[in-house]
Design a protein. Structure first.
Length: 169
């Protein structure tokens, strides 16, 4: 199995975990300020907001002309995250647009379902995704190709899942 396929499968598992949590009001409301300033619901909303825009871009960019052009590279921190599969806790700020804003339970579920559906459209196109060299910039981590974004989203889900599990423990 390729790294892109593993990243894809990891992302799908992360989205499924978020959907499971999104259906449980009690767990969504849990917080532990010693672990994070965000409660579980805010963690899940942040993931849904981040995934939504990136997964749509990844799907759209596969068919864009200029697929062979790379317009930028990951920063040193971006390369480290992709290589190690680890994001240090409490070091970064969520980019604008991914900060939780208090989505209703229905809106949160709807956004997660939409992300899952878009991911399903990606499944048969992973090889084309892997070949794409187009990039989109992360505000801190630099420019990622679609395959690198998939890897990042998988790592990002694992990062927040660890935080969620610690809050719920």
């Amino acid at each position: 199995m390729s790294r892109t396929s593993r990243s894809y499968e990891g992302l799908v598992r992360g989205i499924e975990r978020c959907l499971e949590l999104a259906g449980d009001r009690e767990r969504l409301a849990r917080r532990d300020d010693g672990v994070s300033a965000w409660d579980v619901g805010q963690q899940v909303e942040h993931l849904a907001r981040a995934d939504s825009g990136i997964v749509k871009w990844v799907l759209a960019t596969i068919d864009e002309p200029g697929r062979g052009q790379r317009t930028g590279r990951p920063s040193g921190a971006g390369r480290a995250v992709l290589a190690t599969g680890w994001i240090p806790r409490g070091r970064g700020r969520a980019p604008e647009g991914t900060v939780p804003g208090g989505l209703s339970e229905a809106d949160l579920l709807g956004r997660l379902e939409a992300v899952r559906a878009t991911c399903e459209e990606l499944r048969p196109r992973l090889r084309a995704l892997q070949r794409s060299r187009r990039t989109r910039e992360h505000p801190v981590l630099g420019h990622f190709t679609p395959a690198e974004w998939l890897r990042f989203l998988h790592v990002h889900h694992r990062h927040h899942d660890k935080i969620i599990r610690k809050i719920l423990a």
